[in-house]
Design a protein around this ligand. Structure first.
Ligand code: CP
Ligand code: NVA
Length: 301
């Protein structure tokens, strides 16, 4: 594997299989105190945005692997007062064995990784959320037995969000069929899709639901976009995931959401709270895949 995990472009299909294998093993053997690849190591968790799942799963994950997690609120660091990202990277590389970072600009995470001599994991930027997609793909593998071109996934809502972008990269990596149901104003990034024939943009939400195995959605107002709330509520309204969409999908279609969810906005409450919803299995898998990734990037070999 490469030194850092900044987007899913950093991993190969082979890496993905290894992550699935190790995550599954760690999930089965959770509580095995003899597996401590991070023993004697410290991992800094820098957060410039709110978090429930990511913070807790990384803190718990580092601890379970025998390491020491350090939660660092970016607003309380000197980088928030003008210290450069490069100087921060050089200093942290002298203390820590790995950095996990959630912030706004993706370019800041790329610079941090370039300047740091230790592995850097992207825990969400405005553009990408790779750890979430690793957990999502593991969840799909658990339910469908595979993650390949036989799986059809439909994403509803903000086609330019960090989740939509990450799904595009996940579809490119795995071969899954991805349809992004989004309005023109926030349609998916064509450059990122490139010439991938398995990824399409569909304006009609009902049409996008045809033959779907997994519905996926995310908040209409991502962190950092709060002042666009009124416009977003308006344009995404037709893209709410409702039970009506399931009538067009495969009989056993499931519902995924990175969470946090807003019932009555991107998802109807009856879908979110139905037996089709596998969002808590998905959330749990964040812990297992991140433990696998940290073992592979930062672990004692
Ligand atoms: N899905 C996810 O990243 O959740 P948090 O924002 O709570 O970390
Ligand atoms: N798109 C959302 C994802 C939250 C996990 C956000 O960036 O706020």
């Amino acid at each position: 594997m490469k030194k850092d995990l900044l987007t899913l472009q950093d991993i190969t299909r082979d890496d993905l299989e290894k992550i699935f294998e190790l995550s599954t093993k760690l999930k089965k053997e959770r509580g095995n105190l003899n597996f401590t690849p991070l023993a004697g190591k410290s991992v800094g968790l820098i957060f410039a945005k709110s978090s429930t799942r990511t913070r807790v799963s990384f803190e718990v994950g580092v601890g379970e692997l025998g390491g020491r997690p350090l939660y660092l609120d970016q607003s309380k660091m000197q980088v928030g007062r003008g210290e450069t990202v490069a100087d921060t990277a050089h200093v942290l590389s002298r203390y820590l064995h790995g950095i996990v970072i959630r912030t706004f600009a993706h370019s800041d995470v790329c610079e941090l990784a370039k300047e740091a001599s230790i592995p850097v994991i992207n825990a969400l930027t405005d553009e990408f959320h790779p750890c979430q997609l690793l957990a999502d793909m593991l969840t799909i593998k658990e339910y469908s037995g595979k993650v390949d071109k036989s799986i059809r996934i439909a994403f509803y809502g903000d086609g330019r969000s960090n989740m939509a972008n990450s799904l595009i990269l996940a579809a490119k990596l795995s071969g899954m069929e991805l349809v992004i149901a989004a309005p023109e104003e926030e349609s998916p990034n064509r450059e990122l899709i490139g010439d991938a024939a398995n990824i399409v943009w569909e304006k009609d939400p009902l049409k996008a639901a045809e033959g779907v195995d997994y519905f996926y959605t995310d908040v209409w107002v991502s962190m950092g976009f709060e002042e666009e709330r009124a416009r977003r509520m308006e344009i995404f309204r037709p893209y709410q995931v409702t039970s009506k969409l399931f009538e067009k999908a495969k009989a056993d279609a499931k519902f995924l959401h990175c969470l946090p969810a807003h019932r009555g906005e991107e998802v109807a409450a009856d879908v979110m709270d139905s037996s089709r919803s596998i969002v808590f299995d998905e959330a749990e898998n964040r812990l297992h895949v991140q433990k696998a990734v940290m073992t592979m990037l930062m672990g004692n070999r």
